[in-house]
Design a protein around this ligand. Structure first.
Ligand SMILES: C[S@@+](CC[C@H](N)C(=O)[O-])C[C@H]1O[C@@H](n2cnc3c(N)ncnc32)[C@H](O)[C@@H]1O
Length: 387
């Protein structure tokens, strides 16, 4: 499957008209927030001005309304009938966007609160610290059902319904290796949005592409991207980011970083020979050697979020199970395991995990499971590696 990354240098009020109708699965738009008003904030410990550029300058309420009304009107026919649109903003623009969406005939589905886990401090100390952005999710048509990968979101959330509050860090240094955009969105945010509302091979449009975070996340997830950006400097930045994806090592590093999300569930992946794997499943017990032997599970960050165990034999017969209690293990003696019908041989103590022995559905196993397999090694993976 060949995946397109099409970035147009131009004004979206003109360029949107050139996109065929009913061709887009999802639109993500991060339009100007109109908050460049000379205020101050903190970045990397330094006081900085919040002004973003001429495109972000404050406007009259009428200008903000006309601007949003017009691009939202142009976008709607481009969506497929089951297509959806996501628009991010703050109080400066989001309520106007909500009104325009409704006037244009979209149906609002959710208002996501992106709670930044690492917001910069409020220097004036005259307000609560601003730590959120809002993202409105709406569908094209009030009547036609929209696409929503509910199960994928549920899995991402450790088997529980995902809520409309997303706790994610702001954009990290690792996503600014090609330079930075003043209002760059985190890849993790776009990754989730794209996973929620599109399938592989789908097409995502971003009319205010900036540094093309949407396009980079789309490409990593094997979706097509059409972006429109009017500033040459940001088109160049986008192209540098896209070129970076052609280096398979850098591409993998980005994916690993996105998936290394400190709020998502993890999976313990454990090899066991066939008879042992079957017995573990029958009893709902998975064990690893404890102590200094190479079989022990290193208690690495992410262990406390461990929700699943995946058992396999040499990379084959992968089955995933839900742990009875998240992030919890017991230490058992060899004798105790023997009472349950196991024949452990290598250690007096074992780490024991209890799981519900009804196998769960998952979409894929991480590549290299077989190659990296080592009889005595158990590894933690983020749940995103299986989606
Ligand atoms: C808030 S930023 C988007 C940042 C982007 N989400 C990212 O992660 O890099 C808005 C972008 O829209 C661009 N822009 C503003 N008005 C535009 C227009 N009429 N047509 C196309 N791009 C526009 C600005 O140059 C700016 O880069």
């Amino acid at each position: 499957m060949s995946i397109a990354f099409q970035l147009v240098h131009g004004d979206c009020f003109y360029e949107l008209k050139t996109i065929p109708d009913n061709s887009i699965d999802t639109i993500f738009a991060d339009p100007p927030y109109f908050l460049s008003n000379g205020g101050i904030s903190v970045q990397s410990g330094k006081q900085v001005c919040v002004d973003k550029g001429d495109w972000g300058k404050g406007g009259t309420p009428e200008h903000i309304y006309n601007f949003n009304r017009k691009w939202l009107e142009l976008c709607r026919p481009k969506l497929k009938d089951d297509g959806t649109i996501w628009i991010s903003g703050t109080y400066h623009n989001i309520f106007v966007v909500q009104r325009c969406l409704q006037e244009c005939g979209y149906k609002i589905l959710n208002i996501i609160t992106w709670q930044k886990t690492d917001p910069p401090p409020n220097l004036s100390c005259r307000y609560f610290n601003f730590s959120t952005e809002l993202i409105i999710w709406a569908r094209k048509s009030p009547k036609i059902p929209h696409k929503f990968n509910y199960d994928v979101m549920k899995e991402l959330n450790g088997g529980k319904q995902m809520t409309d509050v997303w706790r994610l860090p702001a954009v990290g240094k690792w996503e600014k290796t090609c330079g930075k955009h003043p209002t760059q969105k985190p890849l993790r945010l776009l990754y989730r949005i794209i996973l929620a509302s599109t399938n592989k091979g789908g097409t995502i449009l971003d009319p205010f592409a900036g540094s093309s975070t949407t396009g980079i996340a789309a490409n990593l997830l094997e979706r097509n991207f059409i972006g429109i950006e009017k500033e040459q400097e940001f088109v160049e930045l986008s192209n540098r980011r896209f070129n970076e994806l052609q280096d398979s090592e850098k591409r993998q590093k980005l994916l690993d970083n996105i998936k290394k999300n400190d709020s998502i569930a993890t999976v313990l992946v454990n090899h066991a020979r066939k008879e042992l794997r079957e017995l573990m499943i029958e009893k709902g017990i998975c064990y690893l050697r404890a102590g200094d032997s190479k079989g022990s599970l290193q208690v690495t960050p992410g262990f406390e979020r461990m929700k699943y165990v995946l058992l396999h034999t040499n990379g084959e017969n992968c089955q995933m199970f839900k742990l009875k209690k998240e992030g919890t293990f017991q230490i058992w003696t060899k004798e105790n395991l023997e009472k349950y019908g196991f024949s452990p041989e290598h250690s007096p103590y074992y780490i024991v995990l209890h799981f519900d022995n009804k196998p769960m559905e998952f979409l894929q196993t991480p590549s290299g499971l077989k190659q990296r397999m080592n009889t005595y090694k158990a590894r933690l993976y983020p749940i995103t590696s299986f989606i």
